[in-house]
Design a protein. Sequence first.
Length: 281
Amino acid sequence: MQPALAPTYDGSTRLFFTIGHPVGQIRMPRVMPAVFQALGVNAAWLTLDIAPGELTAAMTGLRRIRNLDGLSITIPHKQGALAVADRASNRAKAAGAANLLRFEPDGSLTADMVDGIGFVEGLRVRGFEPAGKRVWLVGSGGAGSAIAAALCEAGVSALALTDLDRPRAERAAARLADLYPGVALSAVAAVPDGCELAINASPCGMYEDDPLPFDPARLAPGTMVAEAVMKPPVTALLERAAALGLPVQPGRPMLDHQLVHVLRFFGIHADTGTVLRAIPD
């Protein structure tokens, strides 16, 4: 196989950034050059390290960059991204957070949230259909809230939320209950009975000395254990769960399966197969 050609940038190159803190774990700058090349799009994707509390100030400057088309958002700015937007999709409102911001010609910002869509589609490709399942979700921040909203939309029967900040989990459950009255929603302190899918959507697992977000030994045999953390690709939680014989789902599919939705949000139309084939290992 011939090595991929390095991208060529010029004065017409469109710019995209992923903003977060930290940014060392972010895959988009490695993934997107190959995707853009496969699609014939002249664009570059980089990261911006913006400290907590500084998003609003940073957006003041970013709004003035004429060739900046949009942003993807990661920890800890997803709730803040929704707050700075001038308008938002219903799914971003349901999640209470945004992971995409698009700069409109008039200078305004439109927000969307596709983390949850990618997560659910990744589960389905893995062979796990969420509809009718009882789910436990640990972490109700930006990614967790997005996954929770997408799971409700996919038709789970029950969703229990756990967070170190118990009121945050309670607020997320209440917000979703208003939108999805057919789902049994709750905020809990520990694994609920009958859980068929247990998800870590907290940052625990990004660093080697992190504690496990939960003990998979407390789960029933056959319970699927899924991650939202993407780096490392196999977290200590997944290693422990696999050692116990539980089926596991890593974090990477959540990104891979949302990319086509990210591109469409920014006006770049592509089919899912082309995008997935372009993503480097």
